[in-house]
Design a protein around this ligand. Structure first.
Ligand SMILES: *[C@@H]1O[C@H](CO)[C@@H](O)[C@H](O)[C@H]1NC(C)=O
Ligand SMILES: *[C@@H]1O[C@H](CO)[C@@H](O)[C@H](O)[C@H]1NC(C)=O
Ligand SMILES: *[C@@H]1O[C@H](CO)[C@@H](O)[C@H](O)[C@H]1NC(C)=O
Ligand SMILES: *[C@@H]1O[C@H](CO)[C@@H](O)[C@H](O)[C@H]1NC(C)=O
Ligand SMILES: *[C@@H]1O[C@H](CO)[C@@H](O)[C@H](O)[C@H]1NC(C)=O
Ligand SMILES: *[C@@H]1O[C@H](CO)[C@@H](O)[C@H](O)[C@H]1NC(C)=O
Ligand SMILES: *[C@@H]1O[C@H](CO)[C@@H](O)[C@H](O)[C@H]1NC(C)=O
Length: 486
């Protein structure tokens, strides 16, 4: 077995020799035939180039694909193959999240199970189809308190590739409790050329988790995407890596170890959420980073995202807005009513916060810490800034939650948010006029996926007077930054 460094050297030696080896063989064979498999392999004209042996240097496997490069943005759901880790015994309890986002007959993928589901139970048609993972009993696993299922889960990417399905550009891995927002996933993947090697995802919100596992690893629960050429490379080397990284606890670490050897870094996308967080996700979802919402995970470990609702019903509520405007979901807009000296922060499709004072944008875009780190008792921190949520009701915003959503014109939506009546409310005179606002209506045009290909900028909004508070979200004008006199 190689140590990690030896392993890398070993592979690179192989690479450096590779061209010379080829020249030598070619010289010996003479001009045998340019149609020989070897030639075919090195200068591919067909998408079979992945049959080549592993190489460290980036060869040009895509020369035959150059002409398609301009079209790589036209990626759609049919180009993704999902690999979801599941287990036969728990699928029935876990499937409800997957069934909310899965689109039968439109997307492709499998739940990979540890064993065949019980014969007397029919596999639900609303679930993704299943496959049974290959035997991993001959692999080594030495992490003391872990489970060997990490081995088969790590191999899902390999087994998915092995299926040899047509027109797969991206392999997307996820857990049985990963909730994917499909259209936004496509929006994100479209930015990257699938003809190149990409490893796309995000790491843990809890710095302690990142310190233990890695800051540069894509966390499996958040889901991660591997482009076709990288999957091809993983296909040839993964089993060896799994034994080299036998001491790693979980599957995503093993995959990451292997991708490190190939030399491909993580491309971080801020819309993938591992949710290594306990308590109430509210603060994070109310100040989402400026990126499309791609995934949520660990939804059974946090409170329901809407109050007084089950988590499944909460997700249905969020999906009702998502379906109307995927790209805008959870996008924050901040505006001020300078007459009344109110501040308003909208997280589209989810919540609105109303403040009886002018609060700086810097504060408003910082997440309220309504949650705790993954290891509750530890002193670990988050990998993003937070601000405390005061227990004093006179220091909190008045909070509204999504009530309904409708299309009011083609490409224009109206979302309505209802005031949440807190247990303890501020009796200060500045709060009274806020409490009089029971509903807030927010109108916005639908956010085109094209917007996400441009430099990101938070959209602006303005307050319109009326009986209900009305907010219009729109693109910002030049010099529209508001200079507050707080
Ligand atoms: C997805 O793209 C392929 C081309 O690669 C095309 O044939 C197919 O019709 C597209 N599907 C959808 C739903 O747009
Ligand atoms: C299938 O069989 C198992 C035990 O053999 C039983 O516990 C389970 O309830 C059965 N399921 C159905 C749907 O009949
Ligand atoms: C274990 O078995 C699999 C499938 O039969 C094979 O691909 C792999 O190389 C084996 N691994 C080891 C360490 O022997
Ligand atoms: C919570 O839901 C129940 C049943 O749907 C309802 O009766 C109750 O008024 C709700 N409570 C709040 C605070 O909205
Ligand atoms: C407001 O509430 C606080 C306690 O929450 C109380 O001490 C105070 O007297 C109240 N003020 C008014 C004006 O009702
Ligand atoms: C909105 O209402 C406030 C207070 O009622 C008033 O001072 C202000 O002029 C109004 N603004 C517009 C644009 O109507
Ligand atoms: C707010 O939205 C509701 C329902 O969508 C609508 O009935 C109401 O008229 C709207 N209010 C304003 C001021 O537009």
């Amino acid at each position: 077995m190689f140590s990690r460094r030896e392993a890398v050297q070993h592979r690179c030696t192989q690479t450096q020799n590779f061209p010379f080896l080829f020249v030598a063989i070619f010289a010996v064979l003479g001009v045998v035939s340019i149609f020989s498999p070897l030639f075919y392999c090195v200068f591919p004209t067909q998408p079979h180039w992945y049959l080549c042996s592993p190489h460290c240097q980036k060869s040009d496997p895509i020369s035959g694909h150059r002409e398609t490069q301009i079209n790589y943005r036209k990626t759609n759901l049919s180009h993704i193959l999902f690999g979801i880790s599941g287990s036969a015994k728990t699928w029935n309890n876990r499937r409800h999240y997957a069934e909310l986002w899965w689109k039968p007959n439109i997307i492709r993928g499998f739940v990979w199970l540890d064993e065949k589901p019980p014969e007397n139970e029919t596999w639900p048609v609303t679930s993704p189809p299943y496959r049974v993972s290959g035997d991993t009993s001959n692999f080594t696993y030495t992490f003391k308190r872990g489970t060997r299922s990490a081995l088969r889960i790590a191999r899902i990417v390999k087994e998915s590739f092995e299926l040899g399905l047509d027109n797969v550009r991206w392999f997307v891995m996820g857990d049985d409790d990963t909730f994917f927002f499909l259209e936004n996933l496509v929006t994100v993947l479209e930015k990257y050329d699938y003809n190149e090697m990409y490893y796309i995802g995000s790491n843990s919100e809890s710095a302690g988790q990142d310190a233990i596992h890695s800051y540069s690893m894509a966390y499996g629960g958040a889901g991660f995407a591997i482009s076709y050429p990288l999957a091809a490379e993983l296909f040839t080397v993964l089993d060896g890596c799994i034994d080299r990284y036998a001491s790693f606890y979980v599957s995503d670490q093993k995959v990451h170890g292997c991708i490190s050897e190939i030399g491909v870094p993580l491309t971080k996308e801020l819309g993938f959420h591992q949710v290594d967080i306990r308590g109430d996700l509210y603060g994070l979802l109310a100040a989402h980073p400026l990126a499309p919402l791609v995934s949520l995970h660990h939804l059974n470990y946090v409170q329901s995202i809407f109050p007084n609702m089950t988590q499944i019903d909460s997700l249905k509520r969020l999906m009702s807005a998502y379906q109307v405007d995927p790209g805008r979901t959870l996008q924050q807009s901040i505006c001020y009513d300078l007459n009344r000296k109110w501040s308003i922060s909208v997280s589209w499709g989810y919540t609105v916060q109303l403040y009886p004072s002018l609060v700086t944008t810097k504060d408003l875009e910082t997440a309220f810490q309504t949650f705790q780190v993954w290891k509750r008792k530890s002193k670990e921190q988050f990998v993003f800034n937070t601000r405390p949520m005061s227990s004093d009701p006179c220091k909190k915003p008045v909070v509204y939650f999504l009530e309904s959503v409708e299309n009011i014109a083609q490409d224009r939506s109206l979302t309505r948010y209802k005031r949440f009546v807190d247990l303890l409310e501020c009796n200060g005179t500045d709060y009274a006029p806020l409490f009089a606002v029971e509903f807030i209506n927010v109108s916005a045009s639908t956010l085109s996926p094209e917007t996400w290909k441009m430099a990101p900028r938070r959209q602006c909004c303005e307050v319109v007077n009326g009986s209900d508070l009305q907010v219009n979200i729109r693109g910002c004008n030049l010099q529209s930054a508001i200079q507050l006199r707080v």
